[in-house]
Design a protein around this ligand. Structure first.
Ligand SMILES: NC(=O)c1ccc[n+]([C@@H]2O[C@H](COP(=O)([O-])OP(=O)(O)OC[C@H]3O[C@@H](n4cnc5c(N)ncnc54)[C@H](OP(=O)(O)O)[C@@H]3O)[C@@H](O)[C@H]2O)c1
Length: 274
């Protein structure tokens, strides 16, 4: 991991929402030795900033301009629609800091064209499991990212889980699968919990059952086993599971999943252009 050669970093988060919290919680949990200071900024929600300061010991501000000059890394963790404005305001303060964004649909291009020439920029696309160090994060680097910035990037990425370097287009196309699909999975969990409760299970027992079922299934997949083989191993031909799978097929499960991915990507593109 590149983090080993990294000196202590000051990281400024612009945006103090769920994704900012997930990332700095993950980084603070596993990479504290590489962190000098984390500063978290939003525009107005002081109560949230104070809660974060008390829980994580981060510094907080409603004016990020105060913190940019001293920052080694500026991480944009606010909605895609606000990027152009904030990047324009940020540009005069940038003198070599590594600038990252986590915003869906925002490519390297917008960062490089808005920030001073030569600014190292990275687009990272984690998911909310970052907070427990279990994100799968897609990332792509701009033209001016050198080894020393890659080391810092790797330190942050390793703090929040696993990562895969992609082309910019791949990050666009795959965000639905790594960033949004956890919501698809949780939606399925809600239905399974409801079914379990319908058969008389207490809500907390239903939650525990379904969570462990998914955890175990994910662990089987992580051994490298093929999902179709795993599915076969629980599906006796003509048996009970096969009857359930047949309903999924009859109701066009494949079409539904592909449609969900496509709609997610289309909306991400729309928001990036707004
Ligand atoms: N949630 C996910 O699973 C996920 C996954 C991958 C990527 N992302 C990306 O992460 C980004 C943030 O998502 P989120 O879920 O964390 O959103 P969120 O919970 O709604 O938080 C957004 C934060 O941005 C702040 N903000 C908005 N405009 C700002 C500005 N001009 N200057 C400073 N702060 C500003 C907001 O606070 P104020 O309104 O008080 O300023 C708030 O703290 C988005 O771009 C999203 O695409 C999210």
């Amino acid at each position: 991991m590149g983090g080993r050669s990294v000196r202590k970093q000051r990281i400024l988060f612009i945006g103090a929402g769920r994704m900012a919290e997930a990332i700095f919680a993950g980084v603070l949990r596993t990479q504290k030795d590489y962190i000098e200071e984390i500063v978290v900024a939003n525009r107005s929600d002081l109560a949230r900033l104070h809660a974060m300061r008390d829980q994580y010991g981060v510094s907080v501000t409603t004016d990020w301009r105060d913190a940019v000059a001293k920052a080694d890394v500026v991480l944009l963790a606010m909605p895609p629609q606000n990027h152009r404005d904030v990047l324009t305001q940020l540009a005069p303060y940038i003198k070599g800091q590594l600038v990252m964004t986590v915003a869906a649909g925002i490519g390297i291009g917008l960062l490089e064209e808005t920030l001073p020439a030569g600014t190292p920029v990275v687009w990272i696309m984690p998911n909310t499991a970052a907070g427990i160090g279990e994100s799968i994060t897609l990332f792509t680097c701009g033209r001016h990212v050198e080894d020393k910035q890659r080391d810092v990037l790797n330190m942050v990425l390793a703090g929040i889980g696993e990562a895969v370097e992609c082309t910019e287009q791949q990050v666009h196309d795959l965000t639905a699968i790594t960033g949004s699909a956890p919501a698809f999975l949780y939606r399925m969990v809600e239905e399974l919990e409801l079914s379990a409760q319908g058969y008389g299970m207490a809500p907390e027992t239903a939650r525990r059952m379904v969570a462990q079922m998914i955890y175990g299934s994910a662990a089987m997949l992580k051994t490298g086993a093929d999902p179709a083989d795993l599915r076969d191993s629980v599906t006796t031909p003509g048996g009970a599971t096969a009857a359930g799978l047949r309903v999924m097929d009859e109701r066009r499960f494949s079409e539904m999943m592909q449609g969900a991915v496509e709609a997610t990507n289309a909306r991400a593109r729309e928001m990036a252009n707004e």
